[in-house]
Design a protein around this ligand. Structure first.
Ligand SMILES: Cc1ncc(COP(=O)(O)O)c(C=O)c1O
Length: 392
């Protein structure tokens, strides 16, 4: 008999009742150190006092009105994002997937509005993840995501990660857009070198193709800058944001330049819930806290501390771990043992990590995780690796 909850997830037998900072209390009475943060969502940890206060205050005033009206909280958050990024304009969504849908639509509408409606081809990359809608799975293209859901939306090509020749051959003056995660999350914490992002920008400039960055997982302070692409000194035409921006409240956004958004006139897109007062009040508080220079400096310092410890773990447990990946606090451990075994061994140490493709476990803690909790996480990972190494 099918479970009341549609069984699309292989869930761990863990349920949590409350959280504080980087810690979660489970129904079983144990306290877990959370290095998953709801898959890079709880950017400020659980029950951050400023977010609890913002949520409570806004909940007493106004939750939802619809986009039939002006929404001051939405206007404020959009202005904050425009101030802090390349973007001239923002559309708010409830998730990363919804942001992917709009990014794809916006790119196609751009060409259609320019009188070239057949310029629909979008180049994506193997190992990418842009969400689970029909458009997002067509973009990522992997069999794991698409099998059984055909026919897929046409017009997407996936290139191998790092194949510059294939990229130069594929991106032409018939390409509508290129969509890429500056750091692949689900794909196994694979960082695109800065030089590649720069090269991609040049290629798009030369051909006119729009450049879309998916910063749903790697953005919002995770690398130690507000957005990952800032490290390379290049900007996209369109960017998808979600996860961390709501601090745990479902919120996403598509940021765009005025030129890229030119086709998106009144009536071309919408969302009932997107940009509601409650979500935008929280988003504004998260952006205010995370975009502060001192906060981002601290993310970089914590990232360096964590990485150094992880390098030590790799050296000490060569039969369990192979390499450290990632930047700032979007880190991965490429495993020798099956990553799912490593995740389970970490559960046994009351530590939460997240598996990814390419036999990697992801470490995506709250951005404000205390140094002492990083040290504790390293100690628990060390014990998990020792137990796994012994089992070999
Ligand atoms: C890079 C990236 N894009 C898009 C998505 C989809 O976001 P959501 O699950 O909020 O729909 C994800 C989710 O993991 C992601 O990591």
């Amino acid at each position: 008999m099918i479970a009341p909850v549609l069984p699309t997830y292989n869930r761990a037998d863990l349920a949590f009742v409350s959280g504080e900072g980087s810690w979660l209390l489970a129904e079983n009475g144990r306290r877990y150190l959370d290095l998953g943060a709801g898959i890079a969502v709880n950017a400020l940890g659980h029950a951050h006092p400023a977010l609890v206060e913002t949520l409570t205050e806004q909940a007493k005033k106004l939750w939802h009105v619809s986009n039939l009206y002006r929404i001051p909280e939405q206007e404020r958050l959009a202005a904050m994002l425009v101030d802090r990024t390349f973007a001239d304009t923002v559309f708010f969504t409830n998730s990363g997937t919804e942001a992917a849908e709009l990014a794809i639509k916006m790119a196609r509408k751009y060409w259609s509005a320019k009188g070239d409606p057949d310029r629909i081809q979008i180049i994506a990359f193997e190992g990418a993840f842009h969400g689970r809608s029909t458009g997002a799975i067509a973009a990522a293209g992997s069999e794991k995501l698409t099998k059984g859901f055909g026919p897929l939306m046409p017009g997407f090509t996936q290139l191998a990660w790092g194949d510059h020749d294939a990229l130069r051959a594929a991106v032409t003056d018939r390409t509508a857009a290129v969509i890429i995660e500056p750091i692949q999350g689900e794909g196994g914490i694979r960082t695109l070198p800065d030089a590649c992002l720069k090269g991609l920008r040049d290629l798009c400039d030369a051909t006119g193709a729009l450049l879309i960055f998916d910063e749903v997982q790697c953005g919002m302070g995770r690398t130690g800058k507000l957005f990952a692409h800032e490290w390379a000194g290049v900007t996209p035409d369109i960017m998808m944001v979600a996860k961390g921006i709501g601090g745990g409240f479902p919120l996403g956004a598509v940021l765009a330049t005025e030129a890229a958004a030119a086709g998106m006139v009144a009536g071309t897109h919408g969302s009932t819930y997107g940009g509601n007062p409650l979500g935008c009040a929280l988003g504004a508080k998260v952006v205010e806290i995370v975009s502060d220079d001192a906060f981002l400096d601290a993310v970089r310092a914590k990232g360096a501390q964590f990485r150094q410890g992880l390098e030590g773990l790799v050296a000490n447990h060569p039969t369990v771990f192979e390499a450290v990946r990632g930047e700032g606090l979007i880190l991965g451990l490429k495993c020798v043992k099956p990553n799912t075994d490593v995740v389970k061994a970490a559960y046994a140490q009351d530590l939460l990590t997240v598996p990814a493709a390419d036999n990697v476990i992801r470490l995506l803690p709250a951005l404000n995780i205390p140094e002492a909790d990083i040290a504790e996480a390293l100690a628990r990972l060390d014990r998990a690796a020792t137990a796994l190494g012994r089992a070999a």
